[in-house]
Design a protein around this ligand. Sequence first.
Ligand code: NAD
Length: 275
Amino acid sequence: MSVQPSLRLNDGREMPQLGLGVWQTPADETAQAVKAALDAGYRSVDTAAIYRNEKGVGEGLRAASVARDDVAVTTKLWNEQQGFDSALKAFDDSLGRLGLDYVDLYLIHWPCPSRELYVDSWRALIRLKQEGRARSIGVSNFRAEHLQRIIDETGVTPAVNQIELHPRWQQQAMRDVDAGLGIITESWSPLGQGVLLADPALIAIAAKHGRTPAQVVIRWHLDLGLMVIPKSVTPSRIVENFQVFDFKLDAQDIAAISALDDANGRIGPDPAAFG
Ligand code: NAD
């Protein structure tokens, strides 16, 4: 198996390009899923306070035979805890549940523009990075205007913007905005929550390469230079989703996947209105 790729962030740190997502992973199944992923070679896990499974992430990490420093742990500030002081407190609470003394990446989960607190929250994340307790900081579901505002008001550019991104919602415009600002784009719901995998075009590409549709889609994210965090609790799928470093998509495959982009393809809420 070839070596797993990593991406260099704008703060000089590196993160593995592929990680395990744990949204909707039940709290009592999270430790086993995280351990299965680490055993399979994953070195990155994406959770959030609102997923209510940070404790299981920490347990899975400690159960695996992997050094803490070799695993990138991401968690996120929930909407109701936005604000400077409340973000600092929420971060401490997350660290406590994880049982860790730092995280590798801390994200503002949604901008929640109507709350008018994301700039204050961002200042708290800047403090956490200065303290070394969040090694890198970033945002999630931010649009161009939200990114520009935090950069203009603080002078600090997020390392990562984690957004909904999959073949039916390819987000070219937002990827261009992120790239122009030196921000890595990270794909959430990268498999379209699994529904996408029944698409005949993806099944055909998978058959051609002797792979599965999930592997084809993950390979597509990697080839676009995105960070990607597919979720599964099933050990065989966790392994399958990591076996993506030893094949390549060709121009025809990429054209067929590009054609799946759909103006109605979004699954989640509109970040301008949510929260
Ligand atoms: P996903 O696109 O990763 O799809 C996961 C689902 O796909 C699984 O539940 C399973 O049904 C199916 N699946 C997974 N592997 C498969 C395989 N090999 N074969 C067949 N089916 C398979 O969905 P997701 O969980 O929504 O997104 C991934 C991660 O992104 C989350 O777990 C979370 O960490 C993150 N996320 C972040 C936000 C945000 O607002 N920042 C929102 C949603 C998700």
